[in-house]
Design a protein around this ligand. Structure first.
Ligand SMILES: [Fe+2]
Length: 124
C-alpha cells in the first residue's frame, strides 16, 4: 500500500504514460524569488493548455507552503474549486510570509490525477 504522497505526479517522477502529461498537467507557479517579510505579494498558479470539458478538466488547484522552522508543515494557503467549461484553471492569491520556505502547487485532473510543482521563496 502506497503513502498518499506517492500518488502525486511530479515532472521528476513521471514515468510511462504520465511522461506525455507532464507539460499539460504540471502547475506553473509565478512568484517572486525574494520577498520582504510581511509585505503582500502575488502568487499565480495556472495549468495547461488543458481540455476544459465535463468529461475531462482540472477540478481544483491548491497552494501549500512549507515554512522554515515551523513545527508542523505545510500551511494551506489557498484552494480553488473549478467548474468544468466555466472556470479556467488559474489561481491568483495575495500572500504575506514571515519566513522563507517552499511553495507547493497541487492540481487535480479528473482523468490524469494529482500533479505537483514547487518553488522556493526567500524572505528577507
Ligand atoms: Fe488531464
Amino acid at each position: 500500500m502506497k503513502r498518499f504522497g506517492e500518488l502525486i505526479y511530479t515532472p521528476e517522477q513521471a514515468s510511462g504514460e504520465a511522461i506525455s502529461k507532464v507539460e499539460t498537467h504540471t502547475p506553473k507557479i509565478e512568484a517572486p524569488e525574494v520577498v520582504k517579510a510581511n509585505e503582500p505579494f502575488e502568487i499565480k498558479v495556472q495549468v495547461g493548455p488543458h481540455p476544459n470539458q465535463v468529461a475531462h478538466s482540472i477540478r481544483f488547484i491548491k497552494i501549500y507552503f512549507e515554512e522554515e522552522g515551523r513545527a508542523f508543515n505545510p500551511v494551506h494557503i489557498a484552494t480553488i474549486n473549478l467548474e468544468p467549461e466555466y472556470a479556467e484553471p488559474k489561481l491568483t492569491v495575495t500572500v504575506r510570509l514571515k519566513k522563507s520556505g517552499v511553495l507547493y502547487a497541487i492540481e487535480y485532473c479528473n482523468l490524469h490525477g494529482l500533479w505537483e510543482a514547487k518553488k522556493s521563496i526567500k524572505v528577507e
